[in-house]
Design a protein around this ligand. Structure first.
Ligand code: ADP
Ligand code: AMP
Length: 214
């Protein structure tokens, strides 16, 4: 099963993608996590990506598309995957579509996690991320068992540099301009499914499982 998660930054794509990955035993692929790992390791790609990410801008398609295509060509992706944060532009979606068509394949579902902008800033300021394994928490809604420590791998949790309120506003504008058009794009292909992302994370997940199992 090949699934794309759509939604504003902070809508809960990563949280749900990880739960989907665990339940269906497919990899959770987050381009944001891949960029953050590159930044942490001081790679050339990380240095370039950081310039854009810190401002709340999208990393250019030239740096993003190849990276994603390489990742999904891995052996662990042969039975499917859940993409979180890709595609974020129409050209990215076109490239993915063309690549899958070449392989006689397609995306099965684009799941849109719908959360109004008003809720987003609050969610982002409480988000804590593990830069080692990609797990995400919220200090109020989804706290780790031990404050500041990742339940999954024991690493330190951090407030992401791009979760500062000013940057979040930029990311929301960029989302509406460049990424939201993908909702129409996948609707026209007949694979768009929208869930109410303001609900409790377990209820959101139940709605997604109903969609995937339908
Ligand atoms: P995205 O991947 O879309 O940027 P995340 O999955 O990282 O979003 O979620 C953003 C923040 O909101 C995180 O702190 C996460 O723990 C929290 N969160 C996710 N889903 C919910 C939910 N249903 N209710 C409340 N908080 C949530
Ligand atoms: P995320 O972890 O999905 O919130 O992504 C964090 C940041 O990484 C985004 O704000 C972008 O700067 C960058 N990024 C992640 N995925 C993409 C993508 N598909 N295209 C362009 N930039 C991306």
């Amino acid at each position: 099963m090949k699934i794309i998660m759509l939604g504003a930054p902070g809508a809960g794509k990563g949280t749900q993608a990880q739960m989907i990955a665990d339940k269906y035993n497919i990899p959770h692929i987050s381009t944001g996590d891949i960029f953050r790992a590159n930044i942490k390791n001081g790679t050339e790609l990380g240095k370039k990506a950081k310039e854009y990410m810190d401002k709340g801008l999208l990393v250019p398609d030239e740096l993003t598309v190849e990276l994603l295509l390489d990742r999904v060509a891995n052996e662990d992706c042969k039975d499917g995957y859940v993409l979180d944060g890709f595609p974020r532009t129409i050209p990215q979606a076109d490239v993915l579509d063309a690549e899958l068509t070449k392989l006689g394949d397609k995306v099965d579902f684009a799941v849109n996690v719908d959360v109004p902008d008003e809720n987003i800033v609050r969610r982002m300021s409480g988000r804590r991320a593990c830069l080692k394994c990609g797990a995400t928490y919220h200090i109020e809604h989804i706290p780790p068992k031990q404050e500041g420590i990742c339940d999954k791998c024991g690493s330190e949790l951090v407030l992401r540099a791009d979760d500062a309120p000013e940057t979040v506003q930029n990311r929301l504008s960029v989302y509406h301009e460049q990424t939201q058009p993908l909702i129409d794009y996948y609707d026209k292909k007949g694979i768009l499914r929208t869930v109410d992302g303001t609900k409790d994370m377990k209820d959101v997940f139940d709605a997604i499982v109903d969609i995937l199992n339908a």
